[in-house]
Design a binder for this molecule. Structure first.
Ligand code: AVJ
Length: 319
């Protein structure tokens, strides 16, 4: 049963969603915030993406973590307080937890409440002596609410998966600065960053043969239809994900296949044929470029690990 407080907060969430959708569809280029891709269904679709042949990011980063988990654990020392931003299924965290020496606590933070609760429950079952304290939050917002007393000697902020690429570069620096604050003095921020590479590798990763990424992208319209009473015709918006080499980013788009009008929450939005809604940017940062961003956020550089094919990188940054 939901109490009155959580009903109020649900109303509030819906109002914010509507406001963001209306604002995004009213500006040019039209856009929708990528965080809304991750409702429960979206989180599950994303998990399927991570298992696709074309989606090299998860496989490459998982291999990198396996290869260096011992070294990371040794560098960190015992009784670590581990905070993860956008924890999702926490699959990669397990690699770290298996290597860490007597970790004190794990705080997974994610926007998808139901999915977070399920993942946290599974994780607790696997690590009975670990304190697991999940928190529902949008890590892209100022994190005053995350203020929590440090319970161990050292706090690690773990941000794998190249989600840093969803931020515009200037926002990424602001975010890294906040991550540094959360880690606190003596703490560490560990960030996974996808590297720029040939379009022939990147584009299939964001437009797979099975159409899982297309379904993930279109799920945003499914959500608008269901939660805001929209009438998007899902067959009339197609998924595209071009790599922009000069900006070093993939742009996820939903493209209107014809001139059409969409109704959402009592408003009308007219689309021309081929008009684009931008749903996500996925920036790829070279190692030196990312180091410079981290420096701008006051973070000190430690080791950087990459895979033999230089597809992804893992940065150790001192808070
Ligand atoms: C979760 C942001 C890391 O950019 O690769 C995957 C999201 N979008 N396929 C990425 C995503 C389309 C993913 N991140």
């Amino acid at each position: 049963m939901r109490g009155p407080e959580s009903i109020a907060s649900l109303d509030h969430e819906r109002a914010r969603f509507e406001e963001d959708v209306v604002r995004g569809l009213s500006t040019r280029p039209r856009s929708l915030p990528c965080k809304y891709l991750y409702d429960e269904r979206g989180s599950r679709l994303f998990d399927r993406i991570t298992t696709l042949d074309e989606y090299y990011l998860t496989r490459a980063e998982t291999a990198l973590l396996h290869a260096h988990a011992r070294e990371i654990a040794t560098r960190l020392g015992r009784a670590i307080d581990l905070v993860e931003l956008g924890s999702g299924s926490s699959v990669k965290t397990r690699i770290l937890l298996d290597a860490l020496i007597a970790p004190a606590r794990y705080v997974p933070i994610d926007i998808s409440a139901k999915y977070l609760a399920e993942s946290a429950r599974k994780l607790s079952a696997s690590y009975p002596s670990l304190r697991v304290e999940p928190r529902v939050a949008d890590y892209a917002r100022p994190m005053a609410r995350f203020a929590m007393p440090r319970i161990a000697t050292r706090r690690v902020v773990f941000f794998p998966g190249s989600s840093i690429g969803n931020f515009e570069p200037d926002e990424a620096i602001v975010f890294l600065d906040r991550a540094r604050t959360i880690a606190g003095s003596g703490g560490v921020v560990i960030v996974g960053v996808d590297l720029p590479k040939d379009a022939s590798v990147i584009e299939p990763a964001y437009d797979d043969a099975q159409g899982v990424t297309a379904a993930f992208n279109q799920n945003l319209l499914v959500r608008i239809n269901r939660e805001l009473g929209g009438d998007f015709d899902l067959d009339a918006f197609v998924h595209r994900a071009p790599w922009d080499a000069s900006r070093r980013r993939v742009e996820m788009q939903l493209v209107s296949t014809r001139a059409q009008t969409v109704r959402i929450a009592g408003r009308r939005f007219a689309f021309e044929q081929d008009e684009v809604i931008v749903t996500e940017h996925c920036y790829k940062h070279g190692i030196e470029d990312f180091r410079a961003m981290a420096r701008a956020a006051g973070l000190g550089g430690g080791p950087v690990w990459t895979d033999p094919e230089a597809r992804v990188s893992l940065h150790w940054l001192d808070a």
